[in-house]
Design a protein around this ligand. Structure first.
Ligand code: ATP
Ligand code: MG
Length: 330
């Protein structure tokens, strides 16, 4: 459905996307994760025909067509949907939802009757209350507006839907609702989806996660595979330690099987260990022997949030050690 090979994007001297390649099959949900400035929006803008060819190189195919050729743009745009970060960019707040549908579908030359039927179907899947369908959008709640914006993005039954930050600015309880609606739409319509997000919980509904940092694609895989690539398949021990401080953390770090240690709260750390089951009792013993007071301990599989944090840390460390090598060579 989407095939990106060796994508590089440059704005003048600024090289913002480096050698990015990935393949996405029909019906997959892809999460694009990365701290601000990583290049997520830029990659989506290439795929959605929003960046002129002179700024990028590589092979990009979206629904079998390349955005490289201007003559393909109209066809690509009718095959894809785009839900911007701000609903006000694709909704007319003064008009009601059904009139919004009419306005958008008329640009695709869609039959009015068919548009209405599709809208009703989508509104029902998305639980947009029937009594709001014919009243102005500005009277809808925030969550309803967000869902309407998704319905508009899907109204022409696109093969691929791009969503920019669908859960940003939505309160915590509603975030899960939005994610489960997206999953439901994906299952009912088999729409391929790209979700750009800072919300690491969104990985729960994604088939694959793309992790970007400074324009480079660090990983592209299922979150399960990524987590199990950590030492001991991603098993993590969490300790609450009395009077935790940097000195104690350094001390624990010196225990040889420790692969990584992360402070996750005022008195809490999480550790990754080589040969987890064998070394965990030894670690506890080591702490007790050295008068470190452990108030509680639990073990679990790392979350995607933790994986992401560790993966970014690893990259930063790799970069630092390369810089050190360069300094030594000089
Ligand atoms: N048209 C442009 N001209 C020059 N630089 C640009 C342009 N568009 C993007 N950039 C730069 O490219 C880099 C990546 O931007 P991009 O918007 O893709 O990041 P992002 O991962 O989407 O970040 P965020 O999470 O903040 O939305 C940034 O450093 C940005 O300043
Ligand atoms: Mg962005």
């Amino acid at each position: 459905m989407v095939d990106v090979r060796d994508l590089n994007v440059k704005f003048g001297e600024k090289h913002v996307v480096h050698d990015v390649s990935f393949v996405v099959n029909q019906g997959e949900i892809i999460g694009l994760f990365g701290i601000s400035g990583a290049g997520k929006t830029t990659i989506v803008r290439v795929m959605t025909c929003q960046i002129e060819k002179k700024h990028w190189t590589g092979t990009v195919k979206v629904t079998g067509l390349s955005p490289e050729k201007k003559s393909n743009h109209a066809r690509i745009l009718s095959n894809i949907g785009y839900v911007p970060q701000l609903e006000l960019l694709n909704l007319y707040f003064e008009l009601d939802p059904m009139v919004n549908v009419e306005v958008f579908t008329s640009t695709y030359g869609m039959n009015k009757q068919k548009a209405q039927e599709t809208a009703e179907r989508l509104f029902k899947i998305l639980d947009i209350p029937e009594d709001t369908w014919n009243k102005s959008v500005k009277r809808m709640s925030g969550g309803e507006k967000k869902r309407l914006s998704m319905a508009i993005g899907l109204i022409h039954n696109p093969d691929v839907l791009f969503l920019d930050e669908p859960t940003t600015g939505v309160d915590a309880s509603k975030r899960y609702d939005i994610l489960s609606y997206l999953k439901k739409l994906n299952q009912k319509l088999n729409t391929t989806m790209f979700i750009i997000t800072h919300d690491l919980e969104a990985a729960l509904i994604c088939d694959k996660a793309a992790i970007l940092r400074e324009g480079k694609l660090l990983e592209f895989d299922t979150s399960q595979n990524l987590i199990s690539s950590l030492p001991s398949e991603g098993l993590i021990a969490r300790f609450t330690i009395e009077n935790l401080n940097e000195r104690i953390i350094e001390f624990i770090r010196n225990f040889p099987p420790i692969r990584r240690i992360i402070r996750v709260g005022n008195e809490a750390i999480e550790v990754l260990l080589g040969d987890f089951e064998e070394n965990l009792p030894k670690l506890i013993h080591y702490m007790i022997e050295n008068n470190i007071i452990v108030k509680s301990m639990s073990k679990d599989i790392a979350t995607f949030r933790r994986y992401f944090q560790i993966r970014i840390q690893m990259e930063e460390e790799k970069e630092k050690s390369l810089e050190n090598v360069k300094v030594i060579k000089k």
